[in-house]
Design a protein around this ligand. Structure first.
Ligand code: IMP
Length: 429
């Protein structure tokens, strides 16, 4: 039985929420495997708009949803998000939400440190979501983290807390901040512990059992491959591996469990935060893409930078993430342009190259080589079949497929879940 991993093939915000929601209806479980509440997934269901950050998108329709060990979990953000969804009529119970008991926690001083560092970095700032994601992952790999399972043993945390606060107190002193207030931290953790623990379990056991029983698992990636800590535009990346390979390690399943990898890519490109962006259009084209595409961040409300489709970067994402098929989203945003650009290669200090270099200075120096394609003036908004697409739009999609060396499996033409052209069903592969 095929499982499906959905991952972003650009810098996040590709429209994964809608696609995951669409697939979640036929999945038996939806699993988040990396990132935290830095993600922003918007689901539009009829009149209702749901904005999720930490919870898997399946939760809205009652599909059993799992937060895997690869996620960093802010207990207070979890509670706030559950309360907001409950107020919208969504039931979140220990039967529908399962949290890995070996997830590392995001604590209040992680959030502080994220903001302190960003504020102190001047032009070198990363433009993080300031949710404490980076500092929490650092503590995880530094073997200092407090994990979900530790919430059941708060009275025995002594030596672990010593190691954690020794590290943070030194960092805080450097920023002129007082040491971590251990008693206040423990009091806050005591207050929230039972709530988090009510959803906690060894989810790897549950997932392996589900797999043996042939259940369909949908892995929901957050951010995008270009924000991957190894393969992205380092150091302007997030602190987790966002590639599809992480779906296995971040949930406690073997690599064979991942199945079909659906890469989500916008028909153009956007980015929030700092970092290189070769096809960025800081002109009226970028303005028009941003306005038509409502390009404002779900989590921070920041205006997104916009530009043409970069086939070199998406081809690279397809390769490093083993993408089986692409879901091309927001095609309708390109309606009405006289011509649309696709980046097909770069020029780096006079040399033509066919991939994105690893070094940050080289990444910033590349100049995109564009192929301009005649646009279309008909509307593609709401199209549900190829027959409803103008010939030029089809030509654009076919050229993208050729350049990224990967077939398009789905085309999304509006935020509504039914406005989707299905070429190849990831679940029936
Ligand atoms: P962090 O994940 O908060 O540490 O932020 C690191 C970088 O990833 C920044 O450029 C953020 O804007 C970006 N980022 C993090 N999460 C998302 C997301 O869900 N969509 C788009 N960009 C994101």
């Amino acid at each position: 039985m095929a499982n499906v991993a959905v991952i972003g093939a650009q810098w996040g915000d590709e429209g994964k929420g809608k696609i995951v929601d669409w697939l979640a209806e036929r999945a038996d479980m939806v699993v988040r495997f990396q990132g935290g509440h830095n993600a922003g997934h918007t689901l539009v269901i009829g009149e209702n708009v749901y904005k999720l950050s930490l919870l898997p998108s399946g939760i809205v329709r009652g599909t059993p949803s799992v937060i895997g060990n690869g996620v960093v979990l802010d207990p207070w953000a979890l509670k706030a998000e559950i309360e907001k969804l409950t107020a919208q009529g969504v039931k979140v119970t220990p039967e529908t939400l399962h949290i890995a008991d070996n997830c590392a926690l995001i604590l209040p001083f992680h959030r502080d440190l994220d903001a302190l560092r960003e504020d102190a970095s001047g032009a070198g700032k990363i433009g993080t979501t300031r949710r404490g994601i980076g500092p929490a992952y650092e503590d995880k790999v530094g073997r200092r983290a407090i994990r979900v399972c530790d919430l059941a043993h708060l009275d025995d945390l002594g030596p672990q807390l010593d190691r954690l606060t020794a590290h943070h107190d030194a960092l805080r002193a450097g920023f002129g901040e007082p040491p971590v207030d251990r008693e206040a931290l423990l009091a806050e953790l005591r207050e929230i512990a039972d709530f988090v623990l009510s959803f906690a379990k060894p989810v790897w056991l549950m997932l392996n059992d589900a797999r043996k029983r042939g259940r369909r698992i949908l892995f929901e990636g957050a951010q995008g491959v270009l924000l991957d800590v190894d393969h992205g535009t380092y150091p302007f990346v997030t602190s987790s591996n966002t590639i599809a390979g992480t779906a296995a390690g971040g949930s406690g399943l073997g690599p064979g469990a991942v199945g079909f990898v659906l890469g989500i890519a916008k028909a153009y490109t956007t980015r929030v935060g700092s970092g290189p962006f070769p096809t960025e259009q800081e002109n009226e084209i970028g303005e028009r893409l941003g306005t038509r595409g409502h390009e404002f961040g779900t989590v921070t409300g920041r205006k997104r930078r916009c530009g043409w489709f970069d086939a070199v970067l998406v081809r690279q994402s397809v390769a490093v993430s083993g993408v089986t098929g692409i879901a091309l989203t927001k095609l309708d945003v390109l309606d009405g342009f006289d011509e649309v650009g696709i980046c097909t290669g770069y020029r780096l200090r006079g040399q033509v190259i066919d991939h994105y270099p690893s070094n940050a200075a080289d990444q910033a120096a590349v100049e995109p080589i564009y192929e301009m394609i005649e646009g279309w003036h008909e509307s593609t908004a709401g199209a549900r079949s190829w027959a409803q697409l103008p010939a030029q739009a089809i030509k654009y999609i076919r050229r993208i497929e050729e350049l990224i060396q990967c077939p398009v499996a789905l085309v999304s033409t509006s935020p509504e879940r039914e406005d989707t052209i299905l070429v190849r069903d990831p679940f029936s592969d």
